[in-house]
Design a protein around this ligand. Structure first.
Ligand code: ZN
Length: 222
């Protein structure tokens, strides 16, 4: 028979991660602000988790709508679009994600297949350069690398989600001048003329088809 102490220990082991708060203002302002997949043949859902601290969200629906519109503009080259599938508040414990452990922890119990999980946080630490921060990252859970998700920092410029989705669609960083996967500073082409390189487009198309086949992503009805 289990004593009360043993039972309490077992319950503690089984208890889930801290529960996220209810989203302030509800999902409507978010879904209303977002662009849809438009004409894209393949439409994929984004499951958004937004850090909420003291009843305040770290970013606005309009800010995320610009990220999504920019991603859809670049992914039109593979006839693919993204739309908001769900939005939930994320516990303030994840406002600042600065370690590999925290990156794993945020997604571990929130990840599901079929959609792209995006964690919109306040500050994303550079795990390779302590004290520095980055704007976004595509992260694979270290103990189970097929589980992966994206972090976006609230300071990100509009193109960061598109870049991280490029990683989600199998792209590494590149040196193509035109590419949004090229992180080097350069004069030309100007930022507004940058997109994916034809080689990258080909690779992303293949990755999309593989993700559709193994249901890492599930196309949404339009
Ligand atoms: Zn990158």
């Amino acid at each position: 028979m289990l004593g009360p102490a043993t039972l309490a220990a077992l319950l503690a082991l089984a208890s889930p991660a801290p529960e996220d708060p209810a989203l302030v203002g509800g999902a409507d302002p978010w879904t209303a602000a977002q662009p849809g997949c438009g004409e894209a043949r393949w439409c994929f859902g984004i499951a958004l988790h937004v850090v909420q601290r003291d009843e305040e969200l770290v970013q606005t629906p309009a800010w995320f709508a610009r990220q999504l519109a920019e991603a859809n503009r670049h992914f039109a080259s593979i006839d693919t679009g993204f739309e908001l599938a769900s939005v939930e508040a994320l516990d303030a414990a994840y406002a600042q994600v600065v370690t590999r452990e925290a990156r794993d922890e945020a997604g571990r119990h929130r990840f599901t297949r079929g959609v792209v999980h995006v964690f919109l946080i306040e500050r994303l630490g550079d795990v390779d350069a302590p004290g520095e921060q980055i704007r976004g990252v595509h992260w694979r859970q270290r103990s189970k690398i097929e589980k992966r998700w994206i972090f976006l920092s609230g300071i990100s410029s509009d193109m960061v989600l598109a870049h991280e989705l490029g990683h989600f669609f199998s792209l590494p960083h590149s040196t193509y001048a035109i590419s949004i996967m090229n992180k080097r500073r350069r004069e030309s082409p100007p930022r507004e003329a940058r997109t994916f390189h034809p080689e990258e487009i080909q690779r992303m198309r293949k990755a999309r088809n593989e993700m559709l086949a193994d249901q890492m992503l599930v196309a949404r009805e339009k």
